[in-house]
Design a protein around this ligand. Structure first.
Ligand code: ZN
Length: 444
């Protein structure tokens, strides 16, 4: 067995990690002296959580089947079809509350980022079931909350980032070439929200700063230009995030980061800030033992409800920007699976020792792995390591490129191979299609 350079780091982080993963509410982590304040929202959650979205990969039809009985026909909601996707799926705005302050939340403009969409479903259920609750009443009386759940239903249909035109909607805020971007822009211009929530998921391999911890939730007040200056619009977003941080810290401890604030003139968060709406980017990352992001769904629910309550009551004012500014930046993004110690066997060339790095298109499901690197990868970090000392890796046909010049194993090829005890491929142990066998796996 090889000892990897990060082993000591991994060991040092186990204490904080175990605490953060505890199923009972830990009541604050060592890095967060602020006492637990998730209280009420977390207590309400289990009663209002909607069934039917346990698998984070769902299409618009399924989402609507779950949400429709809650929002349609209820006088607490208005449901409006404001346009359609390029494949003709309806784009709905679901609104609640009758207050003077307008707030807009939009989720899943990247079709494979469904965590906040699930949380929005739970928020509708809360509004319907708990309209007598003091905090909910305050929100309904102070705010008109507009939501666009699943802005990219065509992408969600395929569980892919981009829309059916092949465009990344979050790089279309300037050109407005996609119907989905035009809908978001027109709704924003119509309801002129004081605060906007841009709800996403980020890579599960993202680290907290320079540490070995995974980033569970990443927040950002997007800049409105290259200077990254802070004006009143951004100050408001930062103070509201201060409330969110304080509220979710007991749930995710020191696994909260600040997203990169490089200005992007094509991105919605940046331009909506420029248009005068205090915009908050929420990126749900990874949480150990939560492949379907059901825990992060709850964290989203709690954080968003705390934010809405503070906007309705004005309690965010004066919170200051310290909590936000103190967040560690998003750190490096590590690979998904490092395969070490094996010998690669390809027809027609001599076999050779090489480590292999695999990144998954669907990392939480360990599906659709491709080779990201091949060679001496001793310093490369990955969430998982597969140790194949003394074993032989026989890439399967689909992992190999055949041309008239010969056969090659290439970066970008599908990670699909047989592991055997012998160089000739006899005595195979198992076939790798994505999920490594537990006994050979070393988790960070
Ligand atoms: Zn995204």
């Amino acid at each position: 067995m090889k000892t990897r350079p990060f082993r000591t780091l991994a060991l040092a982080s186990i204490g904080a990690f175990a605490l953060a993963c505890s199923p009972v509410r830990p009541g604050g982590s060592p890095a967060s002296p602020v006492p637990a304040r998730t209280g009420a929202w977390e207590d309400l959650y289990e009663d209002v959580r909607l069934d039917g979205l346990e698998d984070r990969r769902f299409d618009q039809e399924r989402f609507w089947r779950v949400v429709r009985p809650v929002v349609e026909g209820s006088n607490r909601f208005s449901v409006e079809v404001v346009g359609q996707s390029s494949e003709g799926r309806p784009l709905r705005v679901i609104s609640f509350g009758r207050g003077p302050t307008s707030v807009l939340l939009w989720s899943q403009m990247h079709g494979d980022e469904s965590t906040a969409t699930m949380a929005l479903a739970d928020i509708y259920s809360l509004v319907e079931e708990e309209s007598g609750n003091r905090m909910v009443r305050s929100i309904l009386g102070g705010l008109t909350v507009h939501t666009i759940p699943m802005l990219n239903p065509d992408g969600a249909q395929r569980f892919q980032r981009r829309n059916a035109q092949g465009i990344d909607i979050n790089r279309d805020a300037r050109a407005l070439a996609t119907p989905e971007a035009r809908v978001l822009k027109s709704v924003r211009d119509r309801v002129e929200p004081l605060v906007g929530f841009n709800l996403h998921d980020q890579g599960v391999g993202t680290r907290v700063g320079l540490t070995d911890r995974g980033a569970a939730i990443s927040l950002l007040s997007p800049p409105f230009d290259h200077s990254r200056a802070v004006n009143d619009v951004r100050l408001r977003a930062m103070e509201i995030m201060g409330v969110m941080i304080r509220t979710i810290e007991p749930m995710v401890g020191n696994h909260i980061t600040r997203y990169s604030d490089t200005f992007n003139p094509r991105a919605f968060g940046d331009l909506i800030t420029q248009w005068g709406t205090s915009t908050i980017l929420v990126e749900s990352g990874g949480w150990e033992g939560d492949p379907q992001k059901q825990y992060l769904r709850k964290v989203n629910f709690v954080g968003l409800m705390a934010a809405l309550e503070s906007i309705a009551s004005g309690s965010y004012q004066g919170v200051g920007t310290d909590a936000y500014q103190a967040l560690p930046a998003n750190g490096r993004r590590i690979g998904d699976l490092l395969i070490t110690g094996g010998t690669v066997v390809i027809p027609d060339i001599p076999s050779y020792r090489a480590d292999l790095l695999v990144n998954y298109e669907k990392p939480l499901l360990e599906e659709e792995g491709t080779f990201a690197d091949i060679g001496d990868l001793a310093e490369v970090e990955a969430r998982d390591t597969l140790v194949l000392d003394g074993l032989y890796i026989h890439p399967r046909d689909r992992a190999l490129e055949r041309t008239e010049d010969g056969i090659q194993l290439k970066v970008g090829a599908q990670a699909y191979f047989t592991v055997s005890r012998r160089v000739d491929g006899r005595d195979p142990l198992w076939v790798f299609r994505g999920t490594p066998p537990e006994e050979l796996r070393r988790r960070r």
